[in-house]
Design a protein around this ligand. Structure first.
Ligand SMILES: Cc1cc2nc3c(=O)[nH]c(=O)nc-3n(C[C@H](O)[C@H](O)[C@H](O)COP(=O)(O)O)c2cc1C
Length: 190
């Protein structure tokens, strides 16, 4: 089974990365291969709504999204781990998600949805935020859900951890790492 993992945070060694690494550990312990995407370290331009993908389902911009599209088409399971920035997902991963408009066009305008993967597609969304407020997580989840559904992932599980702000503070959370490890194990269970 192939798993694509997306890191929403630009903070190296930050809370999302710690959680994502824990999820990846669970997936690799179960014997599966993970392709990790770090949008903040990739060349990914934002969508210009140029309409270029409407007739072909392909984006006209040539950058690192080529690698992302490839991973999306090849993978059976998907993990997004991200902080909340201003009540939503950070701009780096949002740009990646917006560029999936090409896949949206292919699916809804050209009626060519991504074929079902060998093991069926499933997602895991993990979010972390400094505040103790629900709104950011609701907004982040709405965006991630639109991403998952567009790329042919019909179901996903969501975990989020609030009140976690300082770099690495998630390690002090009593259950977060365990929760994420177990959720990632469920993600790849057949
Ligand atoms: C630009 C920016 C905006 C933020 N906005 C929010 C927010 O709206 N809600 C929230 O709960 N936390 C917010 N935070 C706090 C981060 O979500 C928090 O520090 C998180 O632990 C960062 O995760 P990371 O280490 O994976 O980057 C913001 C942080 C930054 C840098």
């Amino acid at each position: 089974m192939k798993v694509a993992a997306f890191l929403g945070s630009p903070r190296v060694g930050g809370n999302s990365e710690i959680l994502l690494k824990e999820a990846i550990r669970a997936v690799e312990d179960a014997g599966h291969k993970v392709t990790l995407m770090r949008p903040h370290a990739m060349d990914i331009s934002p969508c210009n709504n140029c309409g270029g993908c409407e007739e072909t389902g392909k984006c006209v911009i040539e950058d690192d999204m080529g690698l992302v599209y490839e991973a999306i088409y090849e993978s059976d399971r998907f993990i997004v781990a991200s902080p909340i920035f201003f009540f939503g997902l950070p701009s780096q991963i949002k740009a990646l998600i917006d560029r999936c408009q090409a896949i949206w066009c292919e699916k809804y305008l050209l009626k060519r949805p991504i074929p079902a993967a060998v093991y069926g597609r499933k997602g895991l969304l993990v979010m972390v935020g400094g505040m103790k407020k629900e709104e950011g997580f609701r907004s982040g989840e709405a965006t991630a859900k639109a991403f998952f559904r567009t790329i042919g992932v019909p179901t996903h599980e969501t975990l989020y951890f609030d009140g976690v702000d300082a770099k690495g503070a998630i390690r002090d959370h009593p259950t977060a790492l365990h929760n994420v490890y177990e959720a990632a194990k469920r993600l790849v269970a057949i």
